[in-house]
Design a protein. Sequence first.
Length: 31
Amino acid sequence: MEVFAQLTAVAFVVLAGPAVIILIAARDGNL
């Protein structure tokens, strides 16, 4: 179960990273 938790954390970081960058860029109007 710990491996699944680690994979979930990695997947969340991979998906959330670009999303946060896009949100910041959109907020600053640099998109």
